[in-house]
Design a binder for this molecule. Structure first.
Ligand code: MN
Length: 326
């Protein structure tokens, strides 16, 4: 089965089949959707005899290191593009999110495959469709258009992407087709129990210690309709947790009954903060993030805001206040 039969994959298929050397990449601070999409396509292109490398700007997160060939992902500041004619950007909502200098792309065909509604179609070839629950699910369709069987390695990678990007099949784009795809992944050898163990049940203790600290900052505002939580550098230092360990914290505050907008703030760099949003019950947090210079999906989005923590709270509050003022 194909998830979205009307999607136009032919230009991508043509470019990949004719390519001399393909580089796959994803956004900075990659998540399991970016990594899973890369690995799913990587295994498929290798099976087709196409020369392929994966170059990312940032490390593979801990929860993805169980995936076959994740150790082959090269972390580079300035990728060596000698002989490369095709670059595939996966799950990156903007070209700047790839983290590479502009000259890296010069003279190459850039294929942009993504499911963020805010994607400005920065590629030479673009397949962008916000109806897909994950970029990994786009790989499920692309592999079929490439005429390739779904290997166990690709199925495991797509499963990890879909599991995490749907918050364990919680989010609104999960429908019967998503479950039919998941069944096909399992038929192809994907192992849900292995994924659950690696992604959710192998956490460092410091992650839970930091979560208890983060939960002390949980504030419910707007008559119970918004939930706010943060982690700062002191909390990271004191608990020994890594920034990537905060992945998923937002789903804890999202679980509060009656909450429609969820805000989670964590350090990005000196005096700059990453703000993540989750929405429920019709609350469009994609629009909230867009007003702050970010982007994403209706129910999952983010942006970066500069200033002190207090200033960031104030800036974000101004925009969230608007949502609940009507
Ligand atoms: Mn994604």
């Amino acid at each position: 089965m194909i998830l979205f039969p009307n999607e136009q994959w032919q230009p991508v298929v043509r470019q990949l089949k004719a390519a001399k050397h393909v580089v796959l990449t994803t956004h900075r601070s990659p998540d399991a959707d970016g990594i899973g999409s890369e690995l799913a396509l990587f295994h498929t292109l290798i099976d087709m005899g196409i020369s392929v490398s994966i170059y990312n700007r940032d490390e593979v997160p801990r929860i993805c290191r169980y995936l076959p060939s994740s150790e082959k992902i090269q972390i580079v500041e300035n990728p060596d593009m000698q002989g490369v004619d095709t670059i595939v950007a996966l799950d990156a909502g903007a070209k700047s999110r790839l983290g590479f200098d502009e000259d890296v792309f010069t003279g190459k065909t850039l294929i942009n495959i993504d499911h963020h509604a805010s994607n400005p179609l920065y590629g030479d070839i673009n397949v962008v469709n916000a109806d897909y629950c994950a970029t990994g699910a786009m790989m499920f369709d692309l592999i079929q258009h490439l005429g390739q069987p779904l290997s166990k390695a690709s199925a495991d990678a797509i499963y990890a992407a879909v599991l995490t990007d749907t918050a364990s099949f919680h989010l609104d784009r999960v429908n019967a087709d998503v479950h039919r795809m998941t069944a096909a992944l399992i038929d192809a050898g994907a192992e849900p129990a292995v994924a659950a163990d690696a992604i959710y049940d192998s956490q460092p203790l410091a992650r839970l210690t930091l979560l208890t600290r983060a939960l002390q900052t949980l504030a419910i505002k707007h008559d119970g309709r918004s939930a706010w939580m943060h982690v700062d550098q002191n909390m990271l230092d004191e608990t020994g947790a890594a920034l990537e360990d905060t992945e998923g914290y937002i789903d804890v505050s999202r679980s509060v009954d009656g909450v429609e907008a969820v805000v989670f703030i964590r350090p990005e760099s000196e005096k700059r903060w990453k703000v993540s949003f989750r929405g429920k019950a019709g609350c469009d947090v994609g629009a909230v993030a867009a007003k702050l210079g970010g982007g994403g999906h209706k129910y999952a989005s983010g942006c970066a805001v500069s200033g002190s923590l207090e200033e960031v709270y104030a800036k974000v509050s101004l925009v969230v206040d608007d949502v609940f003022s009507v």
